[in-house]
Structures are given as C-alpha cells and as structure tokens.
Design a protein around this ligand. Structure first.
Ligand code: NAP
Length: 303
C-alpha cells in the first residue's frame, strides 16, 4: 500500500510527487511513455521562471531528478484501470501488476489532436509525425511542413529549420496563438516559409508522404506543396477515459475539479492539462501539481 499513486510523469505529476514526498508520504509515479510529458518534446522552453532558455528534455529530466531526490518512486508502466474499494482505498491495475493506494492524483495530460485528413493515420512514421524532436532527424536535408499556429507548431518549425532543407508552416488563420517573440525568431530563418490562411486538404504519396494538397482558407484556391514530412502540431486533447466514471467532464472531455483539484470521488485529484481550465502552460501544470499534491496529503492525514 502506497500513500499516493500519481498517474502521469509530466510537470503536473512530478510536481505533485515532489510536494507529497517532501511531506513524508510514500509516492509512486506511473508513466507509460516519457518522463517530463509534453514538455520533453519541446525544443526550447523560454517561459519557465528561472530558465530563460532551456531544452524541454533538460527541464523534464530536472523535474524527474527532483521528484526522485525527494523520495518518489517512478514506475514505467501503463495504468489499465482504477477502482475505489469499499474500504476507501484505490486499486490500480497496471501492465505490471496491481498497486494499492490511499489517494490517487491523475495527471494524465493529453494526446495529440489529429488533423483528420485521409491517410493521416496510415502514414504515421512514413512522413506524418506528432513529435518534431523525436522524428525531425529522419527528415534531415528534406523539405518538411508543420501544421498549426500555437507554441508547439512555431517551436517545432524553428527546430526543424536547423535540420531540414526547407520548412513550411501552414496555419488556418493569419493570427497565431504562439508567442510573438518565438514567431519573430522563426520569420528570420532563411529556409522557412509561412503559409496563412491555409488548410491541409489531403496528404498524398505512394508509400510515404510526397505532397500535400492545400487550400487557401478564404478563396478555396488549391495549391500543392511537395514535402517528405508533415509535423502535426494542433494541440492536444484530454485523455481522461480512465477516470470518466469518477469525475465530471466538460463538453470537451476535460475534468471539472474544485479549486483544490478534487473531483466527486473522495481521494482522487486531477492536475495538469487534463483539467478543465482557461490556460494550459507549463507553469499552470506545475501549479496544479502543487495544489493536488498538498490536497492529497491533507486527505490522507484526515481519513
Ligand atoms: P494550441 O496552443 O492549442 O494550438 C493549436 C493550434 O492548432 C492552433 O493554432 C489552432 O488553430 C490549430 N488547430 C487546432 N485544430 C486544428 C485543425 N483541425 N486544423 C487546423 N488547425 C488546427 O496547442 P500547442 O501549440 O500544442 O500548445 C499547447 C499548450 O502548450 C499551449 O498552452 C502552449 O502555450 C503550451 N506550449 C508551451 C511551450 C513553451 O512554453 N515552450 C511549447 C509548446 C507548447 P487556431 O489558432 O485557429 O485555433
């Protein structure tokens, strides 16, 4: 029996782990993919206080090392189900066995939003990617495109411009959600083109991505762009299926919580990008982790 089981080893989960472990609780963090979560895929992070410019991997590693130093145990495993027992404890079934816990913090983050184009899923790994940092090197000296207008899209395009022959950023509006400072860096790169307002209509190629059929959003004018890769950076969607019966979700699938990150199931807390909130940033994820970690400790101290 562990005191607190945390599902998700991103910034929210690891911050919760730091607070709970430092409060003397036994803590297990279950992560199925990569520690650091979404931030580990960010090329550079320039808006986390104290670090004016750091790679996402370095920052994610630092979060992880800090959680382990504080005493948290990290398990690389996928959580299959979560059940509240009659005695008030939680039973968590993972790929590697069962863990029992007094309280659970769900910090499962979100998964990439798909473009929805025909052949998108079929061509994953054959030119379609959702992670520039992971797959960019496969397209060294090739022509690549990025679709999206947020921080991820712009940061991916900056990263790819140093690897690829050319990078075209395609966005459906003329205005970007991305931070202006990063957009200005991108605009100055000699091998980068920005196409707005354009949408990707079709992904074409025999066995791999060879060209994209684009459409000008206002006039519908068609255009062909020859590229070997399309990096899809359209944000993320919440992945809360695991706790859907224990918490209320909003219409977009995000978990509605109290100010202390609690949900209707006592002893369950939700932190990070999967939580319904106005602003999803690294700093708001670590803020949620702080609140959920402290709230889970208080819950255990009073049961
Ligand atoms: P995001 O901010 O939600 O941006 C998603 C982009 O995709 C938007 O420009 C959106 O267009 C576009 N989009 C969504 N669905 C689309 C569709 N079906 N077809 C075409 N375009 C579509 O996502 P993100 O860039 O991944 O960022 C997620 C969060 O992480 C943000 O809060 C961001 O600031 C943060 N982040 C921070 C850093 C950093 O600090 N270094 C790095 C990466 C991410 P519209 O604008 O038209 O809606």
């Amino acid at each position: 029996m562990t005191d607190i089981l945390i599902i998700g080893g991103g910034p929210a989960g690891l911050t919760a782990a730091i607070y709970a472990a430092r409060a003397g609780k036994s803590v297990i963090v279950c992560e199925r993919e990569c520690l650091g979560g979404q931030i580990a895929q960010a090329h550079r992070v320039r808006n986390y206080p104290g670090f004016s410019d750091i790679s996402g991997i370095e920052l994610g590693d630092a979060f992880c090392a800090h959680a382990m130093d504080a005493g948290a145990q990290i398990e690389f495993t996928s959580v299959q189900s979560l059940k509240k027992e009659a005695d008030g404890t939680f039973t968590v079934l993972t790929d590697d066995g069962t863990i029992e816990a007094l309280a659970v913090i769900f910090a499962g983050g979100a998964k990439p939003r798909l473009l929805g184009a025909d052949r998108e899923t079929e061509l994953v790994g054959k030119g379609i990617s959702y992670c520039a940092l992971c797959d960019g090197e496969f397209y060294r000296d090739k022509n690549a495109a990025v679709v999206g207008g947020g921080n991820t899209a712009v940061s991916d395009a900056v990263f790819l411009a140093d690897i690829c022959r050319s990078v075209t950023l395609i966005h459906r509006r003329n205005d970007f959600r991305a931070e202006k400072a990063d957009l200005e860096i991108l605009k100055k790169m000699p091998n980068v083109s920005i196409l707005t307002p354009y949408t990707v209509q079709d992904i074409c190629g025999k066995d791999c991505v060879e060209e994209l059929k684009l459409s000008e959003a206002q006039t519908g004018k068609a255009e062909i762009l020859q590229v070997s890769a399309l990096f899809v950076a359209l944000g993320r969607v919440a992945d809360c299926a695991l706790i859907k019966d224990m918490a209320e979700l909003d219409e977009s699938g995000y978990v509605l919580t109290g100010a202390d990150c609690s949900v209707k199931m006592p002893g369950l807390y939700v932190a990070g990008d999967c939580r319904a909130k106005g602003i999803r940033q690294l700093t708001t994820a670590t803020s949620d982790g702080t609140v959920a970690g402290i709230a889970a400790c208080n819950y255990i101290d009073h049961i």
